[in-house]
Design a protein around this ligand. Structure first.
Ligand SMILES: Cc1cc2nc3c(=O)[nH]c(=O)nc-3n(C[C@H](O)[C@H](O)[C@H](O)COP(=O)(O)OP(=O)(O)OC[C@H]3O[C@@H](n4cnc5c(N)ncnc54)[C@H](O)[C@@H]3O)c2cc1C
Length: 363
């Protein structure tokens, strides 16, 4: 029997597996398609703060940025490339936001090494090898390539696909259908495309404007974006047009960096998943059916007490990192694994219970 089974081997699941195996737990990681086969495998995996106006998400990503840069450097230095990040505003509105950001950020800013017509910002950052780091994170766990189709709690143990037993389970299934059906948990999948190209154009920076462009590595640049909010593989009537996607990516990249002698090496596509308030969902999962039996005044209150609700025993989730999965995952995985090991708590602002509270209030 495993101490913990993790379902989904993207950056979220792998980061949790790393924390728990570091604490000598016996961990199994399931994935239906392989390690980093979902959104994580498609990511450019830039480690960046969020250049936006004040807000909860900006603060969360700021803390996670500082944490994850140190984390990757300390634990996975072979999978981290440290780079100078240059973020250039796309238009007047984003120029204003960037100006305000620069005035208030505690981060150490760098000079921009070239002329830009738009407002821009630069700082030290990094890029991780998405698949490599996920594989390294789960090296002390048992990887099981299988789709989890059933989860059953019997005699105080979770039964996965009818045969594998685990004391605790973590769902980290990204934008895919959750193994568990709870009507208040909804995730938004946004389609992204990354294209690795060989080019004679040299670039030494992590460039972000209309798309993200990595520094050159052996003459190859990665160009990516999760920009396609209209396409979704589950609802689309025809397959995603890779050629059209490439053209769009290359056109957008060329507005920032003149690309010469371009040869496409490989395309990666995937969905990233975001929650409906953009804040990740980390922690225990409310059983809606049982929690709905609470007196109405406790369900309809403006200040819900999450401790009132009934939760699945020993079941947790981590999801909804949006476009910042590689920044947020190590930071959130630490919080979640402390919770799983009864050594800490996850703040209410991250708890999936907030969505139950909102959903129950509207019923
Ligand atoms: C093109 C693109 C570029 C991006 N660039 C960046 C970036 O530069 N920086 C950054 O920080 N983030 C970036 N992101 C976002 C980041 O990739 C995501 O936030 C992150 O990958 C989410 O990780 P995850 O583990 O939650 O989900 P995923 O990586 O999607 O992993 C979920 C896994 O669960 C598995 N699974 C699902 N259901 C089951 C089941 N029933 N049984 C077994 N396995 C199952 C899937 O096969 C999948 O491998 C980008 C995303 C895309 C698409």
């Amino acid at each position: 029997m495993y101490d913990i089974a993790i379902i989904g081997a993207g950056i979220n699941g792998c980061s949790v597996a790393y924390e728990l195996t570091q604490k000598s737990k016996n961990v199994a990681v399931f994935d239906k398609d392989g390690v980093a086969s979902g959104g994580s495998g498609a990511a450019g995996a830039f480690i960046s703060p969020k250049f936006s106006k004040a807000g909860e998400l900006k603060e969360l990503i700021h803390d996670a940025f500082l944490y994850s840069m140190e984390y990757y450097e300390k634990n996975f230095p072979n999978f981290l490339i440290k780079t100078q990040l240059i973020h250039i505003a796309q238009d007047e509105k984003s120029s204003e936001i960037l100006k305000a950001y620069k005035q208030t950020t505690p981060l150490k800013l760098k000079d921009i090494p070239f002329q830009t017509s738009q407002e821009s910002i630069s700082l030290d950052s990094g890029i991780v090898d998405a698949k490599g780091v996920c594989e390294a994170m789960i090296k002390d766990a048992t990887f099981i390539k299988d789709e989890v189709v059933s989860l059953e709690f019997k005699d105080d143990v979770w039964l996965i696909n009818g045969s594998c037993r685990a004391k605790k389970v973590v769902l980290s299934t990204g934008a895919y259908k959750m193994v568990l059906d709870e009507p208040y948990i909804k995730l938004r999948g946004v389609w992204g495309h990354r294209c690795d190209v060989k080019t004679t154009t040299k670039n030494e920076y992590s460039l972000h404007q209309f798309v993200s462009i990595s520094p050159s590595c052996d003459g190859v640049l990665a160009i990516g974006a999760t920009h396609n909010v209209h396409y979704h593989p589950d609802t689309a009537t025809k397959p995603y047009d890779i050629d059209e996607g490439r053209v769009e990516l290359l056109e957008k990249a060329s507005k920032t960096l003149k690309l010469e002698n371009v040869e496409v090496i490989k395309d990666y596509m995937g969905l990233r998943s975001g929650s409906f308030d953009y804040i990740p969902m980390v922690g225990r999962i409310v059983i809606s059916k049982e929690s709905l039996t609470l007196p109405e005044r406790r369900l309809k209150t403006k200040k819900p007490n999450f401790e009132d609700y009934t939760y699945y025993k020993n079941l947790y989730m981590i999801n909804g990192n949006g476009g910042y999965g590689f920044v947020l995952a190590p930071y959130l995985a630490k919080k979640l694994s402390d919770k799983i090991l009864d050594k800490g708590r996850v703040e209410d602002r991250l708890s999936p219970a907030r969505f139950f509270a909102r959903w129950a209030k509207k019923l």
